[in-house]
Design a protein around this ligand. Structure first.
Ligand code: FAD
Length: 450
Protein backbone atom coordinates (compact mmCIF):
# COMPACT_ATOMS: atom_id res chain seq x y z
CA UNK A 1 0.00 0.00 0.00
CA UNK A 2 1.29 3.44 -0.81
CA UNK A 3 0.94 6.55 1.28
CA UNK A 4 -0.73 9.59 -0.12
CA UNK A 5 1.11 12.89 -0.57
CA UNK A 6 -0.39 16.31 -1.00
CA UNK A 7 1.60 16.86 -4.17
CA UNK A 8 3.77 14.77 -6.44
CA UNK A 9 6.10 16.92 -8.55
CA UNK A 10 7.25 15.18 -11.73
CA UNK A 11 10.67 16.29 -12.95
CA UNK A 12 13.58 17.92 -11.11
CA UNK A 13 14.66 20.56 -13.59
CA UNK A 14 14.55 24.25 -12.71
CA UNK A 15 10.74 24.42 -12.88
CA UNK A 16 10.14 21.29 -10.80
CA UNK A 17 12.63 22.41 -8.16
CA UNK A 18 11.28 25.95 -7.99
CA UNK A 19 7.71 24.60 -7.76
CA UNK A 20 8.63 22.19 -4.96
CA UNK A 21 10.50 24.92 -3.09
CA UNK A 22 7.46 27.21 -3.07
CA UNK A 23 5.27 24.35 -1.85
CA UNK A 24 7.71 23.51 0.95
CA UNK A 25 7.96 27.15 1.96
CA UNK A 26 4.18 27.20 2.23
CA UNK A 27 3.97 24.31 4.61
CA UNK A 28 3.52 21.41 2.19
CA UNK A 29 5.90 18.99 3.87
CA UNK A 30 4.68 15.72 2.41
CA UNK A 31 5.61 16.36 -1.20
CA UNK A 32 7.41 13.85 -3.38
CA UNK A 33 9.59 14.68 -6.39
CA UNK A 34 9.91 11.96 -9.04
CA UNK A 35 12.78 12.43 -11.50
CA UNK A 36 13.33 10.07 -14.42
CA UNK A 37 17.10 10.52 -14.70
CA UNK A 38 19.76 9.94 -12.05
CA UNK A 39 20.27 13.64 -11.29
CA UNK A 40 18.51 16.93 -10.76
CA UNK A 41 18.95 19.74 -13.30
CA UNK A 42 17.20 18.51 -16.44
CA UNK A 43 18.27 20.75 -19.30
CA UNK A 44 20.75 22.50 -17.06
CA UNK A 45 23.67 20.15 -17.17
CA UNK A 46 27.42 20.48 -16.96
CA UNK A 47 29.98 17.96 -17.97
CA UNK A 48 33.72 17.86 -17.51
CA UNK A 49 35.34 18.15 -20.88
CA UNK A 50 38.92 18.95 -21.78
CA UNK A 51 39.71 19.94 -18.20
CA UNK A 52 36.86 22.40 -17.67
CA UNK A 53 33.09 22.39 -17.02
CA UNK A 54 31.07 22.82 -20.19
CA UNK A 55 27.31 23.32 -20.32
CA UNK A 56 25.50 20.81 -22.54
CA UNK A 57 22.17 22.53 -22.02
CA UNK A 58 21.48 26.11 -20.96
CA UNK A 59 24.67 28.14 -21.12
CA UNK A 60 23.60 31.75 -20.83
CA UNK A 61 21.69 33.91 -18.45
CA UNK A 62 19.79 35.86 -21.06
CA UNK A 63 18.13 39.17 -20.32
CA UNK A 64 20.39 41.24 -18.05
CA UNK A 65 20.89 44.98 -17.60
CA UNK A 66 17.34 46.18 -18.19
CA UNK A 67 14.86 48.04 -16.06
CA UNK A 68 13.61 44.88 -14.37
CA UNK A 69 15.93 42.38 -12.81
CA UNK A 70 16.08 38.81 -14.12
CA UNK A 71 15.48 36.59 -11.06
CA UNK A 72 17.94 33.95 -12.30
CA UNK A 73 20.61 36.63 -12.64
CA UNK A 74 19.89 37.71 -9.07
CA UNK A 75 20.28 34.18 -7.69
CA UNK A 76 23.46 33.69 -9.71
CA UNK A 77 24.88 36.96 -8.34
CA UNK A 78 24.06 35.95 -4.76
CA UNK A 79 25.87 32.65 -5.25
CA UNK A 80 28.83 34.28 -6.94
CA UNK A 81 28.43 32.18 -10.04
CA UNK A 82 31.20 33.05 -12.48
CA UNK A 83 29.90 34.50 -15.74
CA UNK A 84 31.29 36.15 -18.90
CA UNK A 85 29.58 38.83 -20.95
CA UNK A 86 28.84 37.61 -24.48
CA UNK A 87 29.15 40.20 -27.20
CA UNK A 88 27.50 38.82 -30.32
CA UNK A 89 27.49 42.12 -32.12
CA UNK A 90 30.80 41.44 -33.86
CA UNK A 91 29.93 37.97 -35.09
CA UNK A 92 28.68 39.43 -38.37
CA UNK A 93 32.16 40.77 -39.08
CA UNK A 94 33.75 37.35 -38.62
CA UNK A 95 32.02 35.50 -41.42
CA UNK A 96 34.29 33.07 -43.28
CA UNK A 97 33.68 31.70 -46.74
CA UNK A 98 34.77 28.21 -47.77
CA UNK A 99 38.19 29.40 -48.88
CA UNK A 100 38.91 30.89 -45.47
CA UNK A 101 38.44 34.53 -46.48
CA UNK A 102 36.56 36.82 -44.12
CA UNK A 103 33.79 38.75 -45.85
CA UNK A 104 34.60 42.47 -45.88
CA UNK A 105 32.66 44.26 -43.17
CA UNK A 106 30.67 46.30 -45.71
CA UNK A 107 29.32 43.22 -47.48
CA UNK A 108 28.61 41.52 -44.18
CA UNK A 109 26.76 44.54 -42.80
CA UNK A 110 24.73 44.91 -46.02
CA UNK A 111 23.76 41.23 -46.08
CA UNK A 112 22.83 41.45 -42.44
CA UNK A 113 20.61 44.46 -42.93
CA UNK A 114 18.98 42.86 -45.95
CA UNK A 115 18.24 39.68 -43.99
CA UNK A 116 16.74 41.59 -41.06
CA UNK A 117 14.61 43.73 -43.39
CA UNK A 118 13.43 40.69 -45.29
CA UNK A 119 12.55 38.87 -42.08
CA UNK A 120 10.59 41.88 -40.84
CA UNK A 121 8.77 42.04 -44.18
CA UNK A 122 7.96 38.34 -43.96
CA UNK A 123 6.51 38.80 -40.48
CA UNK A 124 4.36 41.71 -41.63
CA UNK A 125 3.06 39.61 -44.51
CA UNK A 126 2.22 36.77 -42.16
CA UNK A 127 0.46 39.16 -39.84
CA UNK A 128 -1.46 40.73 -42.70
CA UNK A 129 -2.44 37.32 -44.05
CA UNK A 130 -3.81 36.38 -40.69
CA UNK A 131 -6.01 39.41 -40.50
CA UNK A 132 -6.96 39.75 -44.12
CA UNK A 133 -6.42 37.24 -46.88
CA UNK A 134 -6.81 39.86 -49.57
CA UNK A 135 -3.56 41.55 -48.69
CA UNK A 136 -1.59 38.43 -49.64
CA UNK A 137 1.17 38.71 -52.18
CA UNK A 138 2.68 42.00 -51.12
CA UNK A 139 6.42 42.34 -51.74
CA UNK A 140 7.80 38.84 -51.46
CA UNK A 141 10.94 38.97 -49.35
CA UNK A 142 14.04 37.70 -51.07
CA UNK A 143 14.71 34.13 -50.11
CA UNK A 144 18.28 33.72 -48.92
CA UNK A 145 20.40 31.96 -51.55
CA UNK A 146 24.10 32.74 -51.26
CA UNK A 147 26.15 31.16 -48.47
CA UNK A 148 26.46 34.46 -46.59
CA UNK A 149 22.71 35.09 -46.85
CA UNK A 150 21.98 31.55 -45.70
CA UNK A 151 24.36 31.92 -42.76
CA UNK A 152 22.74 35.17 -41.62
CA UNK A 153 19.25 33.78 -42.14
CA UNK A 154 20.23 30.83 -39.94
CA UNK A 155 21.55 33.11 -37.17
CA UNK A 156 18.43 35.25 -37.29
CA UNK A 157 15.85 32.51 -37.38
CA UNK A 158 17.27 29.47 -35.64
CA UNK A 159 18.73 31.29 -32.68
CA UNK A 160 16.51 34.15 -31.76
CA UNK A 161 14.44 36.74 -33.51
CA UNK A 162 15.47 39.57 -31.18
CA UNK A 163 16.41 41.93 -34.01
CA UNK A 164 13.25 41.17 -35.92
CA UNK A 165 10.64 40.85 -33.27
CA UNK A 166 10.79 42.06 -29.68
CA UNK A 167 11.35 39.19 -27.24
CA UNK A 168 9.95 39.71 -23.74
CA UNK A 169 13.17 38.49 -22.13
CA UNK A 170 15.18 41.33 -23.66
CA UNK A 171 12.41 43.93 -23.39
CA UNK A 172 11.79 43.24 -19.69
CA UNK A 173 15.20 42.23 -18.38
CA UNK A 174 17.66 43.87 -20.76
CA UNK A 175 19.62 42.95 -23.83
CA UNK A 176 22.77 41.59 -22.29
CA UNK A 177 23.63 37.91 -22.09
CA UNK A 178 26.14 36.28 -19.78
CA UNK A 179 27.74 32.91 -20.34
CA UNK A 180 28.00 30.79 -17.23
CA UNK A 181 31.64 29.78 -16.90
CA UNK A 182 31.85 28.25 -13.47
CA UNK A 183 33.46 24.94 -12.58
CA UNK A 184 30.43 24.14 -10.40
CA UNK A 185 28.22 24.57 -13.43
CA UNK A 186 24.95 26.39 -14.08
CA UNK A 187 23.37 23.54 -12.10
CA UNK A 188 24.99 24.84 -8.91
CA UNK A 189 22.14 27.32 -8.86
CA UNK A 190 19.64 24.48 -8.79
CA UNK A 191 21.52 22.57 -6.10
CA UNK A 192 21.51 25.66 -3.94
CA UNK A 193 17.77 26.10 -4.43
CA UNK A 194 17.22 22.46 -3.54
CA UNK A 195 19.32 22.82 -0.39
CA UNK A 196 16.88 25.42 0.90
CA UNK A 197 14.16 22.83 1.39
CA UNK A 198 15.67 19.36 0.96
CA UNK A 199 17.97 17.71 3.46
CA UNK A 200 21.54 17.70 2.19
CA UNK A 201 24.87 16.65 3.55
CA UNK A 202 28.26 17.56 2.07
CA UNK A 203 26.60 18.90 -1.05
CA UNK A 204 24.62 15.73 -1.64
CA UNK A 205 20.82 15.68 -1.47
CA UNK A 206 19.84 12.92 0.95
CA UNK A 207 16.18 13.77 1.32
CA UNK A 208 13.93 10.77 0.73
CA UNK A 209 11.28 13.01 -0.82
CA UNK A 210 13.49 13.35 -3.91
CA UNK A 211 13.33 10.10 -5.83
CA UNK A 212 15.71 9.70 -8.75
CA UNK A 213 15.47 7.12 -11.56
CA UNK A 214 11.67 7.18 -11.31
CA UNK A 215 10.25 7.30 -14.82
CA UNK A 216 6.58 8.22 -14.65
CA UNK A 217 4.60 6.23 -17.23
CA UNK A 218 1.00 6.66 -16.19
CA UNK A 219 -1.19 9.24 -14.51
CA UNK A 220 -4.58 7.97 -13.51
CA UNK A 221 -6.68 10.87 -12.34
CA UNK A 222 -10.14 11.43 -10.94
CA UNK A 223 -12.02 13.98 -8.87
CA UNK A 224 -10.45 12.49 -5.76
CA UNK A 225 -6.80 12.33 -6.61
CA UNK A 226 -4.05 11.11 -8.91
CA UNK A 227 -2.35 7.71 -9.03
CA UNK A 228 1.17 7.95 -10.43
CA UNK A 229 2.81 4.81 -11.81
CA UNK A 230 6.49 4.54 -12.61
CA UNK A 231 8.38 2.25 -14.97
CA UNK A 232 9.82 0.21 -12.10
CA UNK A 233 6.32 -0.67 -10.86
CA UNK A 234 6.03 1.84 -8.02
CA UNK A 235 2.75 3.58 -7.32
CA UNK A 236 2.35 7.00 -5.69
CA UNK A 237 -0.95 8.48 -4.60
CA UNK A 238 -1.37 12.23 -4.54
CA UNK A 239 -4.00 14.86 -4.09
CA UNK A 240 -2.34 16.88 -6.85
CA UNK A 241 0.36 16.40 -9.45
CA UNK A 242 2.64 19.08 -10.88
CA UNK A 243 4.01 17.81 -14.18
CA UNK A 244 7.14 19.54 -15.50
CA UNK A 245 8.08 17.21 -18.37
CA UNK A 246 9.10 19.11 -21.51
CA UNK A 247 6.82 19.85 -24.45
CA UNK A 248 8.71 17.20 -26.45
CA UNK A 249 7.94 14.60 -23.77
CA UNK A 250 4.28 15.64 -23.69
CA UNK A 251 4.16 15.15 -27.46
CA UNK A 252 5.67 11.67 -27.09
CA UNK A 253 3.96 8.63 -25.61
CA UNK A 254 6.16 8.38 -22.51
CA UNK A 255 3.35 9.30 -20.12
CA UNK A 256 -0.18 8.00 -20.62
CA UNK A 257 -3.13 9.69 -19.01
CA UNK A 258 -6.19 7.82 -17.79
CA UNK A 259 -8.67 9.15 -18.73
CA UNK A 260 -6.86 10.65 -21.75
CA UNK A 261 -6.21 14.39 -21.81
CA UNK A 262 -9.05 16.40 -23.33
CA UNK A 263 -8.88 17.46 -26.99
CA UNK A 264 -8.22 21.16 -26.26
CA UNK A 265 -5.14 20.10 -24.28
CA UNK A 266 -3.63 17.65 -26.76
CA UNK A 267 -4.27 20.06 -29.64
CA UNK A 268 -2.48 22.87 -27.85
CA UNK A 269 0.45 20.56 -27.05
CA UNK A 270 0.74 19.60 -30.73
CA UNK A 271 0.77 23.24 -31.83
CA UNK A 272 3.93 24.12 -29.97
CA UNK A 273 7.15 23.48 -31.90
CA UNK A 274 10.14 21.78 -30.36
CA UNK A 275 13.53 23.28 -31.14
CA UNK A 276 16.62 21.13 -31.16
CA UNK A 277 19.78 23.02 -30.31
CA UNK A 278 23.10 21.22 -30.10
CA UNK A 279 26.39 22.57 -28.83
CA UNK A 280 29.28 20.42 -30.00
CA UNK A 281 32.51 20.83 -28.03
CA UNK A 282 35.93 20.22 -29.60
CA UNK A 283 39.20 20.08 -27.70
CA UNK A 284 42.50 20.95 -29.43
CA UNK A 285 46.16 20.58 -28.49
CA UNK A 286 46.69 24.27 -29.27
CA UNK A 287 44.94 27.40 -30.47
CA UNK A 288 44.80 28.26 -34.17
CA UNK A 289 41.86 30.67 -34.25
CA UNK A 290 41.98 34.42 -33.75
CA UNK A 291 41.38 35.43 -30.16
CA UNK A 292 40.24 38.54 -28.38
CA UNK A 293 36.79 39.61 -27.29
CA UNK A 294 35.48 40.76 -30.68
CA UNK A 295 36.57 37.43 -32.18
CA UNK A 296 34.72 35.22 -29.73
CA UNK A 297 31.95 34.34 -32.17
CA UNK A 298 32.50 33.48 -35.80
CA UNK A 299 30.40 32.24 -38.65
CA UNK A 300 31.00 29.77 -41.46
CA UNK A 301 29.10 30.43 -44.70
CA UNK A 302 28.30 27.25 -46.61
CA UNK A 303 25.76 26.58 -49.36
CA UNK A 304 23.93 24.25 -47.03
CA UNK A 305 21.90 26.21 -44.50
CA UNK A 306 22.92 25.58 -40.89
CA UNK A 307 25.94 23.44 -41.78
CA UNK A 308 28.37 24.10 -38.88
CA UNK A 309 27.48 27.79 -39.13
CA UNK A 310 27.90 29.24 -35.66
CA UNK A 311 31.19 28.98 -33.75
CA UNK A 312 32.51 30.21 -30.44
CA UNK A 313 35.95 29.96 -28.89
CA UNK A 314 36.12 29.38 -25.15
CA UNK A 315 39.19 31.49 -24.49
CA UNK A 316 37.16 34.22 -22.77
CA UNK A 317 35.32 31.73 -20.58
CA UNK A 318 38.29 29.46 -19.88
CA UNK A 319 41.61 30.92 -21.07
CA UNK A 320 44.01 28.27 -22.30
CA UNK A 321 41.34 25.60 -22.56
CA UNK A 322 41.74 25.32 -26.36
CA UNK A 323 38.09 24.47 -26.79
CA UNK A 324 35.79 25.44 -29.66
CA UNK A 325 32.00 25.12 -29.66
CA UNK A 326 29.88 24.83 -32.77
CA UNK A 327 26.09 25.05 -32.62
CA UNK A 328 23.72 23.09 -34.81
CA UNK A 329 19.95 23.23 -34.75
CA UNK A 330 16.89 21.26 -35.80
CA UNK A 331 17.50 19.15 -38.95
CA UNK A 332 21.29 19.34 -38.64
CA UNK A 333 21.06 18.46 -34.93
CA UNK A 334 18.96 15.39 -35.68
CA UNK A 335 21.28 14.33 -38.49
CA UNK A 336 24.35 14.59 -36.28
CA UNK A 337 22.66 12.86 -33.33
CA UNK A 338 22.06 9.86 -35.58
CA UNK A 339 25.65 9.48 -36.76
CA UNK A 340 28.79 8.47 -34.90
CA UNK A 341 30.86 11.12 -33.13
CA UNK A 342 33.82 10.18 -35.37
CA UNK A 343 31.83 11.18 -38.43
CA UNK A 344 30.81 14.44 -36.79
CA UNK A 345 34.42 15.11 -35.86
CA UNK A 346 35.46 14.54 -39.46
CA UNK A 347 32.82 16.99 -40.73
CA UNK A 348 33.74 19.63 -38.18
CA UNK A 349 37.45 19.30 -39.02
CA UNK A 350 36.63 19.73 -42.71
CA UNK A 351 34.84 22.97 -41.93
CA UNK A 352 37.66 24.23 -39.71
CA UNK A 353 40.22 23.40 -42.43
CA UNK A 354 38.12 25.42 -44.89
CA UNK A 355 38.32 28.38 -42.53
CA UNK A 356 41.83 28.07 -41.10
CA UNK A 357 43.79 26.02 -43.63
CA UNK A 358 44.92 22.42 -44.00
CA UNK A 359 47.66 22.52 -41.37
CA UNK A 360 45.58 22.91 -38.21
CA UNK A 361 45.81 20.04 -35.72
CA UNK A 362 43.03 17.50 -35.28
CA UNK A 363 40.73 17.81 -32.31
CA UNK A 364 41.72 15.37 -29.57
CA UNK A 365 38.24 15.05 -28.11
CA UNK A 366 34.63 15.73 -29.07
CA UNK A 367 31.40 15.95 -27.09
CA UNK A 368 28.04 15.71 -28.86
CA UNK A 369 24.95 16.09 -26.64
CA UNK A 370 21.84 14.26 -27.83
CA UNK A 371 18.80 16.17 -26.57
CA UNK A 372 16.53 14.96 -29.36
CA UNK A 373 17.09 11.27 -28.71
CA UNK A 374 16.86 11.62 -24.95
CA UNK A 375 13.42 10.22 -24.13
CA UNK A 376 13.20 12.45 -21.05
CA UNK A 377 13.71 15.57 -23.19
CA UNK A 378 12.83 15.04 -26.87
CA UNK A 379 14.31 18.37 -27.89
CA UNK A 380 15.91 21.45 -26.42
CA UNK A 381 13.15 24.00 -25.85
CA UNK A 382 9.69 25.11 -26.87
CA UNK A 383 9.09 27.51 -29.70
CA UNK A 384 5.65 28.95 -30.19
CA UNK A 385 4.80 29.72 -33.79
CA UNK A 386 5.25 33.46 -34.31
CA UNK A 387 1.68 33.85 -35.39
CA UNK A 388 0.01 32.14 -32.49
CA UNK A 389 -2.30 33.63 -29.98
CA UNK A 390 -2.03 33.44 -26.24
CA UNK A 391 -4.73 30.79 -26.22
CA UNK A 392 -2.19 28.09 -27.11
CA UNK A 393 0.09 28.88 -24.16
CA UNK A 394 -2.89 29.25 -21.85
CA UNK A 395 -4.20 25.84 -22.87
CA UNK A 396 -0.80 24.22 -22.48
CA UNK A 397 -0.50 25.66 -19.00
CA UNK A 398 -4.10 25.07 -17.86
CA UNK A 399 -4.60 22.26 -15.33
CA UNK A 400 -6.60 19.16 -16.20
CA UNK A 401 -8.48 18.19 -13.08
CA UNK A 402 -5.85 17.61 -10.41
CA UNK A 403 -2.92 17.64 -12.79
CA UNK A 404 -1.07 20.95 -13.01
CA UNK A 405 1.38 21.71 -15.80
CA UNK A 406 4.63 23.61 -15.48
CA UNK A 407 7.96 23.96 -17.28
CA UNK A 408 9.51 26.56 -19.57
CA UNK A 409 6.86 25.81 -22.21
CA UNK A 410 4.13 27.05 -19.85
CA UNK A 411 5.71 30.47 -19.43
CA UNK A 412 3.74 33.00 -21.42
CA UNK A 413 6.50 35.58 -21.60
CA UNK A 414 9.73 33.65 -21.16
CA UNK A 415 9.28 30.22 -22.71
CA UNK A 416 12.51 28.63 -23.88
CA UNK A 417 14.62 30.12 -21.10
CA UNK A 418 15.87 29.12 -17.66
CA UNK A 419 14.09 32.07 -16.05
CA UNK A 420 10.92 30.98 -17.89
CA UNK A 421 11.14 27.58 -16.20
CA UNK A 422 11.95 29.15 -12.84
CA UNK A 423 9.03 31.60 -12.93
CA UNK A 424 6.64 28.98 -14.32
CA UNK A 425 7.43 26.69 -11.38
CA UNK A 426 6.54 29.45 -8.91
CA UNK A 427 3.33 30.31 -10.79
CA UNK A 428 2.13 26.73 -11.01
CA UNK A 429 2.74 25.90 -7.38
CA UNK A 430 0.88 29.04 -6.33
CA UNK A 431 -2.11 27.90 -8.40
CA UNK A 432 -1.87 24.42 -6.85
CA UNK A 433 -1.62 25.94 -3.36
CA UNK A 434 -4.89 27.78 -3.92
CA UNK A 435 -6.64 24.50 -4.65
CA UNK A 436 -5.04 22.87 -1.61
CA UNK A 437 -6.28 25.72 0.59
CA UNK A 438 -9.78 25.36 -0.84
CA UNK A 439 -9.75 21.63 0.00
CA UNK A 440 -8.56 22.44 3.54
CA UNK A 441 -11.41 24.90 4.05
CA UNK A 442 -13.89 22.32 2.75
CA UNK A 443 -12.56 19.71 5.17
CA UNK A 444 -12.70 22.13 8.08
CA UNK A 445 -16.33 22.89 7.31
CA UNK A 446 -17.14 19.21 7.13
CA UNK A 447 -15.46 18.54 10.47
CA UNK A 448 -17.36 21.42 11.94
CA UNK A 449 -20.67 20.02 10.67
CA UNK A 450 -19.88 16.59 12.13
P1 FAD B 1 13.65 20.29 -17.69
O1 FAD B 1 14.95 20.88 -17.31
O2 FAD B 1 13.60 19.46 -18.91
O3 FAD B 1 13.11 19.46 -16.45
C1 FAD B 1 12.14 18.46 -16.60
C2 FAD B 1 12.60 17.22 -15.86
O4 FAD B 1 11.59 16.23 -15.99
C3 FAD B 1 13.87 16.60 -16.44
O5 FAD B 1 14.83 16.47 -15.42
C4 FAD B 1 13.41 15.23 -16.96
O6 FAD B 1 14.39 14.22 -16.77
C5 FAD B 1 12.19 14.97 -16.11
N1 FAD B 1 11.22 14.07 -16.73
C6 FAD B 1 10.79 14.03 -18.01
N2 FAD B 1 9.90 13.05 -18.20
C7 FAD B 1 9.75 12.45 -17.00
C8 FAD B 1 8.96 11.35 -16.55
N3 FAD B 1 8.16 10.70 -17.38
N4 FAD B 1 9.05 10.98 -15.25
C9 FAD B 1 9.86 11.66 -14.39
N5 FAD B 1 10.62 12.70 -14.77
C10 FAD B 1 10.57 13.10 -16.05
N6 FAD B 1 17.91 28.68 -21.53
C11 FAD B 1 18.49 29.86 -21.20
O7 FAD B 1 17.93 30.63 -20.41
N7 FAD B 1 19.71 30.20 -21.71
C12 FAD B 1 20.38 29.39 -22.57
O8 FAD B 1 21.50 29.70 -22.99
C13 FAD B 1 19.78 28.17 -22.95
N8 FAD B 1 20.40 27.35 -23.81
C14 FAD B 1 19.93 26.07 -23.99
C15 FAD B 1 20.69 25.16 -24.72
C16 FAD B 1 20.29 23.85 -24.84
C17 FAD B 1 21.14 22.89 -25.62
C18 FAD B 1 19.09 23.43 -24.21
C19 FAD B 1 18.68 22.00 -24.27
C20 FAD B 1 18.32 24.34 -23.51
C21 FAD B 1 18.72 25.67 -23.39
N9 FAD B 1 17.98 26.61 -22.66
C22 FAD B 1 18.53 27.83 -22.38
C23 FAD B 1 16.64 26.30 -22.16
C24 FAD B 1 16.63 25.90 -20.68
O9 FAD B 1 17.61 24.92 -20.47
C25 FAD B 1 15.26 25.34 -20.35
O10 FAD B 1 14.28 26.30 -20.68
C26 FAD B 1 15.07 24.98 -18.86
O11 FAD B 1 16.21 24.41 -18.30
C27 FAD B 1 13.89 24.04 -18.76
O12 FAD B 1 13.60 23.70 -17.45
P2 FAD B 1 12.33 22.81 -17.12
O13 FAD B 1 12.30 22.59 -15.67
O14 FAD B 1 11.14 23.41 -17.78
O15 FAD B 1 12.54 21.44 -17.90
Amino acid sequence: SSTRSSVVVIGAGISGISAAKVLAENGIEDLVILEASDRIGGRIRKENFGGVSVELGAGWIAGVGGKESNPVWEIAAQLGLRTCFSDYSNARYNIYDRSGKIFPSGIAADSYKKAVDSAIQKLRDLDANCVDDASKGTDQPLTPKTPIELAIDFILHDFEMAEVEPISTYVDFGEREFLVADERGYEYLLHKMAEDFLFTSEGKILDSRLKLNKVVRELQHSRNGVTVKTEDGCVYEANYVILSASIGVLQSDLISFRPPLPRWKTEAIEKCDVMVYTKIFLKFPCKFWPCGPEKEFFIYAHERRGYYTFWQHMENAYPGSNILVVTLTNGESKRVEAQSDEETLKEAMGVLRDMFGPDIPNATDILVPRWWNNRFQRGSYSNYPIISNNQVVNDIKAPVGRIFFTGEHTSERFNGYVHGGYLAGIDTSKAALEEIRKDERKNENQTFLL
